[in-house]
Design a protein around this ligand. Structure first.
Ligand code: C2E
Ligand code: MG
Ligand code: MG
Ligand code: MG
Length: 281
């Protein structure tokens, strides 16, 4: 009986595995079609300077309008695109689209334009030997200097060193700036800061979430601003949703933040890449 029970459990387990493997394979095939059909868009979210609420920078985030399922979250499809390698093509699309858009804002707005564009890059892209050259070519075709681009990578993407770290070093040498995204949630956070050239720490939303109205000290955001300042890095607090959080972060010494409180990611036609006007009272 025990053997039979174990057997049926095993069957259920593999059936579930098959199902999720099928679903991922289907999603992967859909990604391929959607890349050919142009179903991907880039949306833009402001990064603001807390003291002035000036529009400091813009993060580019990809959106997929699936022909049947409609909105599918990047949280669900980015891992699939990483597994089947399509992230290389998709990532290049996001990089090219957002750099061109940013160059256009600069032309239109001059000094009032945000100072850099922030683009997420996955480990799979960093491991492509051509990646630094592709980035350089995109910057050249847009007429942007390397410092106009900030590449966001996760700690986990750089964990264990190797090619991904090499690519980051190469990019950084050319003048492209590097951010550690979701900082504090991945592997080996603090050690990485010594071995990888990093300019910006994006302090993960989960730590900002600890700042609740009337609550006690939010220990990690407090610690991370000291780490950032001590190492001469810029800190950007992610996922700021309330005026209380913005005010608290400013009190702790944070200069930059991003979140629904300041602006949600929106498609280009709705996005006005010029300054401010957020009531932080
Ligand atoms: P991320 O790079 O950490 O981006 C921040 C995510 O938090 C975005 O979700 C953004 O819409 C969301 N967000 C921003 N402010 C708030 C807030 O105040 N509250 C809440 N609840 N959420 C907020 P999104 O666009 O769904 O992207 C999720 C993740 O998918 C990104 O996290 C990034 O890791 C990945 N991703 C998105 N676009 C790309 C891309 O073009 N390439 C790569 N490789 N990854 C991407
Ligand atoms: Mg990011
Ligand atoms: Mg993040
Ligand atoms: Mg995140």
């Amino acid at each position: 009986y025990a053997a039979k029970a174990a057997g049926s459990q095993l069957m259920i387990y593999t059936a579930e595995l098959d199902e999720s493997a099928d679903a991922a394979a289907q999603l992967g095939a859909d990604l391929r079609h959607s890349l050919d059909d142009g179903d991907f868009r880039v949306v833009y979210q402001p990064i603001v300077e807390l003291t002035t609420t000036r529009f400091e920078a813009v993060e580019a985030l990809v959106r997929w309008h699936h022909p049947v399922r409609g909105f599918v979250s990047p949280v669900d499809f980015i891992p699939v695109a990483e597994d089947n390698g399509l992230i290389v093509e998709l990532g290049e699309f996001v990089m090219r689209t957002s750099c061109h858009k940013f160059a256009g804002w600069r032309r239109d707005l001059g000094a009032a334009a945000p100072s850099y564009i922030s683009v997420n890059v996955s480990a799979r892209q960093l491991r492509e030997p051509e990646f630094p050259d592709v980035v350089a070519a995109i910057l050249a075709e847009c007429g942007l200097e390397p410092a106009a681009l900030l590449v966001e990578v996760t700690e986990t993407a750089l964990f264990g060193g190797g090619t991904a770290v090499h690519a980051v070093e190469t990019l950084h040498r050319t003048g492209v700036r590097i951010a550690l995204d979701d900082f504090g949630t991945g592997h080996s956070s603090l050690g990485l800061l010594r071995t990888v050239p990093v300019d910006v720490l994006k302090v993960d939303k989960s730590f900002v979430d600890e700042i609740i109205a009337g609550g006690g000290r939010a220990v990690i955001v407090d610690a991370l601003i000291h780490v950032s300042k001590g190492l001469g890095l810029r800190a950007v607090a992610e996922g700021v949703e309330t005026a209380e959080q913005a005010a608290y972060l400013r009190e702790l010494g944070y200069e930059y933040a991003q979140g629904y409180f300041f602006g949600k990611p929106v498609p280009e036609p709705d996005f006005t890449p010029r300054a401010l006007v957020v009531d932080q009272a």
